[in-house]
Ligand binder design. Structure first.
Ligand SMILES: *Cc1c(COP(=O)(O)O)cnc(C)c1O
Length: 546
């Protein structure tokens, strides 16, 4: 990398310019795709975008802040010495080393970076399992109302009655849609909800003095399921899948016994199939004294049609950021309420909202002894993701019962359209098992020697699409899992299908140029393993690198 010149501009990197056949630009920019150095490479430690009053000097030093310069204060005050005492010797002695930029430079930097990213607002986001769907703008508008957006979790209850009513109403609809008895609203993601559900199960078993050690998880489970069970102190054992991609009921029943605390089953499962024997599974598990956890991440496919409570399920998390269209964000803020059966409801975490007459109150630790004597404790600092609750409730109310039923119908229709439009060029291992649910699953079986699922995923980037989920579920070799969701029109599905068809043909014929993909992206193929194993989390000046 070249050092920035005085204006912060520096010549583009050869790596960035090499993408398009032979075209090199002076700037490194390609058309309207602007090349962007790191902020440390364009910012100068001597620049500051804001005017701050100079703080009182500490032991004769000036501020060690963004500018890094030691500026003596014109009128040293005794305050400075007092502050120094309160810092207890933790005063920074070196400049902080943050890059300084003017406001327009800062805004442009992050806007340019955002344009190199892909988002649900740019196009179809076909990740399987994750349900990346449109975030309706009505939800955003509601969440930004000052009465919701400006709340603080420590406000007195009397001043947040409307917010508590929203939590209570959303809880009501989640219970109604799932046919369950109660819901814990505070978990902050699907995985967090799983932990909440398993802790409820553990508390229920402990309450009856039944210390069981094993949680059974199907082979096709999302990685968070075994991780949750292990985190809660259980030994995890796998249950095999049948050749058509569903839980093997006979194998499950054979394994049940007095040491099994629970089974965790995803329904619809991660092969995109409905577990038709769910009721029989629940009955067998209950007969053996264990409890049923359902991973409800795929509720999108059955909402308005199937109530998990009718299938004998004891606990199920709902990812509001999947089924109910709240934003995923960069790993958050999610929300994973957990619906609970009558058997588990008493063990739900604190705090929770309770309606007394016309008023809402938050049952907290401390006032919990009579209100919730069996609660296993708390999951989070406060009562959950308020911003997600408002969005999810807006989504539910604006769709209504008929609209939610249509959501699952259209999600399943779109996935089947995807499956049937591609099964002649891509191997679809469970296509013979009948229609899929919300997602279509393909394998790498028909690819020529040496061509991988990774090559196909990277080639999709050149076509302007975010890749599908790859290498998951693990029960399928070189898996590609595509979930179009109900939000996509036939035109957008057809465009994606055309792109994937052409890449699949290239993969079948052994087109070696696939190894070069992506050729048109701002960056080429990165060493993702190295990046994950040895992440560079702090900026190093390239000139100081050895
Ligand atoms: C997304 C997902 C999870 C985890 O949910 P997070 O909200 O990402 O923590 C668990 N199981 C399945 C099947 C999922 O798709």
């Amino acid at each position: 990398m070249n050092a920035p010149n005085a204006s912060g501009w520096k010549p583009g990197t050869p790596e960035a310019a090499q993408g398009v056949s032979g075209v090199e630009t002076v700037t490194g920019n390609r058309g309207l795709m602007l090349e962007e150095p790191l902020i440390f490479e364009i910012g100068g430690a001597d620049t500051c975008g804001v005017d701050l009053p100079t703080p009182p000097p500490l032991q004769g030093r000036g501020p060690g802040g963004g500018g890094g310069a030691d500026i003596p204060h014109p009128n040293p005050s005794p305050e400075g010495e007092g502050l120094l005492g309160r810092l207890g010797g933790l005063l920074r002695t070196d400049p902080i080393g943050l890059p300084g930029l003017s406001e327009p430079e800062t805004v442009r930097h992050y806007t340019r970076l955002s344009r190199q990213n892909y988002a649900i607002d740019c196009g179809i986001f076909p990740l399987g399992s994750c349900t990346m769907k449109h975030n309706p703008r009505l939800n955003e508008k509601v969440a930004r109302l000052p009465g919701f957006a400006d709340l603080h979790p420590l406000q007195p209850e009397a001043t947040v009655q409307g917010a508590l009513a929203v939590i209570d109403q959303l809880a009501h609809w989640l219970i109604t849609l799932t046919g369950m008895d109660a819901v814990a609203m505070s978990p902050k993601a699907g995985a967090h909800g799983e932990l909440c559900g398993i802790l409820c199960i553990r508390a229920a078993l402990e309450a009856r003095g039944d210390m069981r050690e094993v949680v059974l998880v199907p082979e096709s489970a999302h990685g968070t399921n075994p991780a949750t069970a292990a985190f809660a102190g259980y030994r995890v054992e796998n249950i095999p899948a049948t050749p058509e991609g569903r839980v093997d009921l006979a194998a499950l029943t054979a394994r049940l016994g007095p040491d099994v605390a629970a089974v965790m089953i995803t329904n619809p499962n991660t092969c995109g199939l409905f577990e038709r024997e769910m009721k029989a599974i629940s009955d067998a598990v209950h007969a053996a004294g264990a409890l049923v956890y359902c991973d409800g991440a795929n509720f999108n496919a059955i909402v308005g049609r199937v109530r998990p409570g009718d299938l004998g399920i004891d606990a199920m998390h709902i990812n509001l950021h999947k089924t109910f269209s709240t934003p995923h964000g960069g790993g958050g803020p999610g929300s994973g309420p957990v619906v609970l059966s009558e058997a588990l409801a008493p063990f739900a975490p604190l705090p929770f909202v309770r309606k007394i007459g016309d008023a809402f109150e938050l049952i907290e630790e401390g006032d919990g002894s009579e209100a919730a004597p069996d609660s296993f404790g708390r999951m989070t600092a406060f009562h959950g993701q308020m911003g997600m609750f408002t969005r999810a409730l807006a989504y539910i109310l604006s769709h209504g019962a008929d609209g939610l039923r249509q959501v699952s119908g259209d999600a399943v229709l779109n996935a089947n359209y995807m499956l049937r439009s591609l099964e002649d060029v891509l191997d679809a291992p469970f296509a013979a098992s009948g229609p899929c649910m919300h997602e279509a699953l393909f394998s790498d079986r028909h690819f020529a020697e040496g061509i991988s699922t990774l090559d196909v995923a990277k080639a999709l980037i050149d076509e302007g699409f975010h890749p599908m989920t790859m290498y998951f579920p693990l029960v399928v070799h070189g898996a590609m899992l595509v979930e179009p969701t109900e939000c996509e029109s036939k035109a957008s599905l057809d465009q994606f299908i055309a792109a994937l068809r052409s890449i699949a043909e290239r993969a079948r014929s052994g087109d070696q140029s696939l190894h070069q993909a992506p050729q048109l992206a701002p960056r080429r193929r990165l060493d993702e393993t190295l990046a994950a194993r040895k992440p560079v989390l702090a900026y190093e000046d390239p000139s100081s690198r050895t």
